[in-house]
Design a protein around this ligand. Structure first.
Ligand code: FAD
Length: 379
């Protein structure tokens, strides 16, 4: 069966769903093709943090985070569905003078940009987190960020898109793209062809593989990350915990553990992550990763020794060579748009997706997304 749409969005993670919502809201006839369940890639596998403090510090990135975080406060009303958004404290634990100095500078820049961040010495850190073993830490940087339920976040965008007449087809992987010269003419999924004027690839870690169906090579890489969630326990964490040396721990390593964790509204601990370099896109977990995360969690919170892990998961997560997102029309293929590789994705999505929808429709929008164009990788 063939049916025509204005735009076909390929990929139903938070990026594809939020963009489909804005496009449909702006009046475009949208078909979204998603390989698995709604949100079933990295999006539903993530820790649910609406991060504000750990990204790049250039003026554009800071503006995105400030506006995105502000937009999150009212997004449940806009989408017409709650996704458990709440504001939480973030403590970025610091174990070296070098990171203390770096975060002191970062705190100034963030605060000046309207993202208040302060430095806590070891004593203040212990007061803020009574059960944390602070022995190895000089202190922490503190900011207010958010937490939300990532499954519901994806579904809220999906439902809102449907209300604006978007058609969403889960379990519909795109397996073929038909290209004539500079245009995509159709895509194929489950033996059916679908046609539209424009095609959008928002496939996270799978982006490079999907673009290759159109003969396009773009460097969207991925690491594999493992995480788990525990049984509910009495309140042990007051804040979300992250590590200042996160990137030192994982960069350039084939396997590494860099823990981050929070306690959700029901008392469960969501604990991330063990990362692995691999060329395989898969969703496996292994004993090495889970043991590594548990060991590091217990060093910080020894009282959690007898907590049960109820579910563990692994998922590929995308990044680009310069760690900036890729956003824009694919050079040499006039009706193919791509976006992937965001940092602090949950916070960025509410505003960036709206701008991307305007860009895809050829409308005016208030920012310059050209620095993120795929042209920087395809000459
Ligand atoms: C353990 C972990 C914790 C994280 N924690 C956070 C956090 O707290 N906060 C935060 O902001 N970010 C976090 N992230 C990162 C975040 O999850 C990602 O940046 C984000 O989910 C990417 O969204 P996306 O829509 O681009 O990709 P995805 O969510 O991966 O969506 C892409 C979709 O494309 C689909 N797809 C693939 N191939 C095809 C095809 N051929 N046809 C159709 N569909 C296809 C996939 O099934 C997938 O659902 C975390 C990541 C991990 C792994």
């Amino acid at each position: 069966m063939t049916r025509n749409y204005d735009i076909i969005v390929i990929g139903g993670g938070m990026l594809g769903l939020s963009t489909a919502y804005h496009l449909a809201r702006m009046g475009a006839r949208i078909l979204l093709l998603q390989a698995g369940d709604i949100g079933g890639g990295s999006s539903a596998a993530c820790a649910g943090r609406a991060q504000v403090a750990e990204g790049k510090l250039d003026p554009f990135s800071l503006a995105v985070i400030r506006e995105g975080f502000s937009r999150l406060q009212t997004l449940e009303d806009e989408l017409g569905m709650p996704f458990e958004f709440r504001r939480t404290g973030l403590l970025v634990l610091i174990n070296s003078e070098q990171h203390w100095d770096e975060w002191s500078e970062r705190a100034k820049v963030l605060t000046n940009a309207g993202i208040p961040t302060e430095m806590l010495d070891q004593r203040a850190l212990q007061e803020a987190e009574p059960y944390l073993d602070t022995a190895e830490y000089l202190g922490a940087a503190y900011a207010i960020e958010g937490w939300l339920n990532p499954f519901l976040y994806c579904w809220a965008f999906a439902k809102a898109a449907q209300r604006h007449k978007a058609t969403l087809l889960p379990y519909s992987p795109v397996t073929k793209m038909y290209r004539e010269g500079k245009k995509i003419t159709a895509v194929e999924s489950q033996g059916r062809r679908y046609c539209a004027d424009k095609y959008i690839v928002m496939c996270g870690a799978w982006t490079a593989a999907v673009l290759q169906l159109a003969g396009v090579d773009l460097p969207v890489y991925f690491t594999h990350a493992q995480a788990f969630i525990t049984d509910p326990v009495p309140q042990t964490l007051i804040n979300t915990i992250a590590l200042a040396n996160f990137y030192d721990l994982i960069h350039g390593k084939d396997q590494a553990v860099a823990v981050g964790f929070n306690q959700d509204a029901y008392g469960a601990l969501i604990v991330t992550e063990a990362v692995e370099k691999t060329s395989q896109l898969h969703t496996n977990t292994n004993a090495r990763g889970l043991a590594g995360i548990s060991t590091d969690l217990l060093k910080l919170y020894p009282d959690l020794a007898n907590v049960n892990i109820v579910r563990a998961w692994g998922v590929p997560t995308p990044f680009t060579p310069d760690e900036d997102p890729i956003i824009g029309w694919v050079p040499g293929c006039d009706n193919l748009f791509v976006a992937a590789g965001f940092m602090q994705t949950i916070t960025s999505v509410p505003v960036v997706s709206e701008w991307m929808a305007q860009m895809i429709l050829g409308n005016e929008f208030p920012v310059n997304l050209r620095p993120y164009s795929p042209t920087r990788f395809i000459l």
